[in-house]
Write a protein that binds this ligand. Structure first.
Ligand code: GLU
Length: 467
């Protein structure tokens, strides 16, 4: 195992969205590639906004994508004692201070700064107050930020980034209710968990100099940083619900395969020559931060659909069959025991772009009696076809039910009736599936099995006879 230790640190205030999933994936791939450790940490210090439901949703989505962690999930809400000790350490060493400014005073200062055209920075009123005994007056704890000089780091994706310390005011590290804030706990945890690299979305770039100062103040080594550019919608605005679904699990519900989403997400920001298709194993081998671009990725639903189609077409039929159950259940279909779902999948793999589409197209296999499309029935289940169904019934009764067997039986029907393939094929398709746009008839026969085929042909024949 190498030294590499990375993490994904979602705040459980909603579902796992596309951007978060990509960050998690990049971390996961790096850990796997470098045989390091991938840590999952739930950042739930904001007690008001964090929910167990979101935690579950995030864990489910990560499991669905196949992003298993090596350590965790750790919950920040269970680590308050540690944070408390570290805040005390900063207070004791004069690197943090208690600030008694009231919210009203702070509002007034902000407003005054705004009117002067300045940034609303804290003005340091309490920075140099002499220590004061606790008399119950509410306070927050602020970090004593460097006022001179610069804070600089080399981002593994963006290169060197430098901030003037004068831009950083004394931020709050502990709220008046005693809870610590994000910028503080993230440092304590990243340091205590021994992270070597912090890889996250670039919405955190501006937090990084503040965090670096806290590492230094607490005597921790500073890890490396890599900030991944954000994901945009087609209109080049930050990806949001306006652009369609942004939740990972919404894609599962829409019938996307996890491998398609993984493949799609990794390419949103990372490239490997002009290759497009990558299995998880290939990604683990090929992924590297060197090929993560600096510009934002644009979310392209068409490309995701294209990848999904590819993975459905090439996927293992048995596995897809198991997945199909979920999508069938959502349209209230419980597949009959005697129908082999792998055969159903095989018949539809080439004609389904999503699993939802596959389930819809597969519905006829499980619907008894089969529902005939009115137009198709008027054309293909009439007195003219009665003879075809009679002969077909006979031939299938004695056929071996494998690819060669059903094909041979069908050929004998052509011979015996003296009709061309099309004349027999379409009525057969309508009798077995109810419509004309179903998969190949041999594939349908194999998936339905002899008994169901015979039943459906008999039913069609009866309809012919009864008009
Ligand atoms: N919890 C933060 C978020 O969800 C991420 C913190 C980090 O990666 O440093 O945005």
């Amino acid at each position: 195992m190498s030294q590499t230790r990375v993490r994904f640190a979602p705040s459980p205030t909603g579902y796992l969205h596309i951007g978060g999933a990509r960050t998690a994936l990049f971390n996961y791939l790096l850990a796997r590639k470098e045989q390091g450790t991938f840590i999952l940490r739930i950042e739930d210090t904001d007690v008001q906004r964090s929910t167990q439901q979101s935690v579950d949703a995030i864990l489910d989505a990560m499991a669905w994508l196949g992003l298993s962690c090596d350590e965790g999930p750790f919950y920040q809400s269970e680590r308050f004692d540690l944070y408390q000790r570290k805040i005390q350490q900063l207070l004791d060493t004069g690197k943090a201070y208690k600030c008694y400014c009231t919210p009203e005073e702070l509002d007034a200062k902000r407003e005054a700064a705004r009117q002067r055209g300045d940034k609303p920075c804290y003005d340091g009123t309490c920075r140099d107050l002499p220590p004061r005994a606790d008399d119950g007056t509410p306070y927050v704890v602020r970090f004593k930020s460097q006022q001179q000089g610069r804070t600089s780091f080399v981002d593994r994706i963006k290169g060197r980034i430098t901030f003037d310390n004068s831009e950083l005011d004394d931020m709050i590290i502990q709220r008046s209710d005693g809870t610590p804030t994000y910028n503080f706990v993230v440092v304590v945890d990243d340091a205590e968990m021994g992270l070597t690299l912090v890889l996250r979305g670039d919405d955190h770039v501006n937090n990084t100099p503040r965090q670096i100062q806290i590492y230094t103040a607490l005597g921790y080594p500073v890890p490396e940083f890599a900030h991944v550019p954000m994901i945009l919608g087609a209109d080049k605005k930050r990806l949001s619900k306006r652009h369609g679904a942004t939740s990972v699990m919404a894609y599962r519900d829409m019938g996307y395969l996890p491998e398609a989403l993984v493949n799609y997400l990794v390419r949103l920001g990372w490239s490997y020559g002009d290759e497009e298709i990558f299995s998880m194993d290939e990604l683990v081998e090929k992924f590297s931060l060197d090929n993560v671009g600096r510009s934002a990725g644009v979310f392209n639903p068409e490309k995701l659909l294209w990848l999904n189609e590819h993975y459905i077409k090439t996927g293992d039929a048995r596995r897809l069959g198991e997945l199909l159950r979920f999508y069938l259940a959502r349209i209230d279909i419980v597949p009959a025991e005697d129908i082999d779902l792998a055969l159903v999948v095989k018949s539809l793999q080439d004609r389904s772009r999503t699993m939802v589409e596959m389930a819809q197209k597969a519905a006829f296999y499980f619907t008894e009696p089969v529902v005939h499309d009115a137009k198709a029935r008027a054309k293909f289940i009439t007195a003219e076809q009665e003879e075809i169904f009679a002969v077909l019934h006979e031939e299938l009764s004695g056929a071996t039910f494998d690819s060669d067997g059903v094909e041979a039986a069908f050929k004998r029907v052509l011979e015996r009736t003296g009709l061309k393939f099309g004349k027999v094929g379409q009525p057969t398709r309508v009798a077995l599936s109810g419509g004309t746009s179903a998969p190949g008839i041999y594939e349908i026969m194999l998936a339905l099995g002899r008994e169901r085929c015979l039943q459906r042909i008999k039913a069609a024949r009866e309809l012919c006879a009864n008009g």
